[in-house]
Design a protein around this ligand. Structure first.
Ligand SMILES: C[S@@+](CC[C@H](N)C(=O)[O-])C[C@H]1O[C@@H](n2cnc3c(N)ncnc32)[C@H](O)[C@@H]1O
Length: 188
């Protein structure tokens, strides 16, 4: 089934992303799921770790209501420039910076939705990132099924992360064989 209602501006941003040969961007299936989940959190606080060129940011943003806010962080200046050039939405705060540092130092309110799409927040600082979630909040990760761009030994990291998720009693988890393999967790 084709995804319904692609967010405005998506095709232009996708073209710019392809021109950069950025191959870590989320696809339409993941984006569509993120948007639907985002719409379930009115007045929500959203966090994306790893903006890339902003393709998933665009999907998440298109599910937000007017009282919601999204922080999206990436340490790559070029990619961040693409995202900020193409996405103009007052509900989004883009942060150019190191997510390891940001996660360690963050003192603000917790989040209702975290899309953890970089090493920090997922394979590193996992516990610290889960601590940033409100009860009932979503923690979402993709690329959990074997991918052609995985470096050697990455499958071991993936298995360890899945074990960590499975072991936590405060997370309710569903593993989806959708797109690149998505794990959706809700904090109890
Ligand atoms: C999988 S891509 C993100 C894709 C994007 N979320 C999307 O769905 O299109 C991972 C991103 O994490 C960023 N990244 C890697 N290490 C980082 C760090 N230490 N701090 C912040 N961002 C980082 C990379 O620059 C890259 O853009």
């Amino acid at each position: 089934m084709a995804a319904s209602r692609i967010p405005p501006g998506y095709e232009r941003l996708k073209k710019a992303t392809d021109e950069l040969k950025f191959n870590m961007a989320s696809d339409v299936e993941t984006g569509s799921l993120l948007r639907t989940l985002a719409a379930s959190k009115p007045s929500g606080r959203f966090l994306e770790i790893g903006t890339g060129t902003g393709l998933a940011t665009l999907w998440i943003a298109s599910g937000l209501d007017k009282n919601s806010s999204l922080i999206s962080i990436d340490n790559n200046e070029l990619l961040m420039k693409v995202a900020t050039n193409f996405i103009n939405d007052g509900k989004i705060e883009f942060i150019l910076g190191d997510a390891y540092e940001w996660i360690r130092n963050y003192q603000g309110k917790k989040f209702d939705f975290i899309f953890a799409d970089a090493m920090p927040g997922k394979y590193d600082l996992f516990e610290e990132t889960i601590d940033l979630l409100n009860d009932g909040g979503f923690y979402i990760i993709d690329d959990m099924l074997p991918q052609p761009n995985w470096p050697l030994g990455h499958d071991e990291k993936v298995n360890q992360l899945i074990s960590k998720l499975d072991e936590r009693n405060d997370l309710v988890i569903t593993k989806l064989n959708l797109s690149t393999g998505i794990i959706l967790a809700v904090k109890k």
